[in-house]
Design a protein around this ligand. Sequence first.
Ligand code: ATP
Ligand code: MG
Length: 398
Amino acid sequence: MDRAFLIKYGEIGVKGKNRYLFEDALIKQIQFALKKVEGEFAVRKEQGRIFVEAVSEFDYEGTLDSLKKVFGIVGICPMVSCEYGDYDVLEQHAVLYMQEHYQNRPLTFKVNARRAKKNFPLTSMEINAKIGEKLLQTMDHLKVDVHHPDVLLNIELRERIYFYSETIPGAGGMPIGTNGRATLLLSGGIDSPVAGYMIAKRGVELDAVYFHAPPYTSDRAKQKVVDLARLVSEYAGEIHLTVVNFTDIQMAIYEKCPHDELTIIMRRYMMKIAEDLAKKRNSQALITGESLGQVASQTIQSLFVTNEVCTLPVFRPLIGFDKQEIINISEKINTYETSILPFEDCCTIFVAKHPVTKPNLKAIKRSEQKLEGVIESLYQEAVSTAESILVGSEKIVS
Ligand code: ATP
Ligand code: MG
C-alpha cells in the first residue's frame, strides 16, 4: 500500500523569501484539505520538497481526491517506502515495487536514484545501473529506454527508502493565501462559482456575497448558494458568505425606475453593497461571473455602467469564455449539478422583457435620482441586517 505522497509544485516565480511563503501556504492548505480525510497525516517540508505521509490507516482514494483540490500542487506522486538499509534491502524492494506495479506488461523503464543521505556506499549512477540490471534479469517483459521510458522508477534514499513512478496531475495555480482576498458575487447560477474557483486558483482567499429577495426567492434558493459556496470551498478553503436581503431595494427600484433599466440599476446597487462589505473585510477586489455579451447586462456598455460604482478592481475571469467552456469547468469542479437546480434567483423575478442593452450612464444616473430620499435608509438596512455564514471546515491555526 502506498503510504506517502511526494508533492510537486511549480517553482517559477517562487524564489527567495517568496518560496517560503509559497511552501508554508501550500503546507497549510494540504493540512486543511486532509482534515476531511479519514486517517492521520504528517506533512513535512524537506530539502525543497513536500511529503505527505500517512501515520495511520487511511483512505487512499479520499486522500488523492483531496490533494487534487489543493491549488499550488502540480503533481502528486504516490510513494512506497521501506526502512533504510544496505544495497540488498534497496534491491529487494525495488524488484518488489516493480513486480507489484508493472507485472506482465511489456514496458520500457529507466531507474533514477537520488541520495539525500550521501553516506550510502554506492553513487546514484551506480544504483541506477545495478538496479536496472537486476530488473532486466528478474522481469522478462522489461526493457531499458533511457530517453523515453514508459516507467521512470524513482528511488530516493532518505531516512527511509522511497520508490515512486507515477505522477498524478494536481490542480495547478498558487496556494490559497498567497495572493490576498477578494469578494465573489455569488448567485445560484453556473457562472459565478466558476469565476470564484478561477480567482481562488491564483492563490486568492474568497469571501462571497449573495443577494436574496424573500419572499420572491425561497430559502431553497439561498440553501443552493450555500451549497455552491461549500463546493467552491473544497478548493478555496473557508469562505465567509454574506447574505444580503435585497427585497426592499429591488422593490424601490421597481416602483420608481423605468423597467427596461431595472437590471442595470439593480446590478449597480449589488456592486456598491458588495464593495462596502468587501472593504469592511479587507478584501481587495470584487469577482463576478460576467461574460461579454452573454446577456443584456453584460454588453460592454452595461459593464461600463455597472463598473462605474466601484473603486475596487472587478475581476471577471469568464469575460472571454463561451457558455459551454464555463459549463465544462463547472462540471469539472462539481458545481454544475447544483447550479442547474431550478430555484429562482433574485434577478429572474424582476427582469424586464426588453432590458436596455446599451445603457447610457447619464440616463441611468437620472433614473437613480428618483430613488433619493428612500434608497439611503434601505441601503443601510440591507447592509446592517446582512447575515454571515462561514462555509467550509474550520481553518488550521498553526
Ligand atoms: P450566474 O450564472 O453566475 O448567475 P448569470 O449568467 O446568471 O451569472 P447575471 O445574472 O447577469 O449572469 O449575473 C452576473 C453576475 O452578477 C453573476 O455572475 C454574479 O457574479 C452576480 N450576481 C447576479 N445575481 C446575483 C445575486 N443574486 N447575488 C450575488 N451575485 C449575483
Ligand atoms: Mg444568474
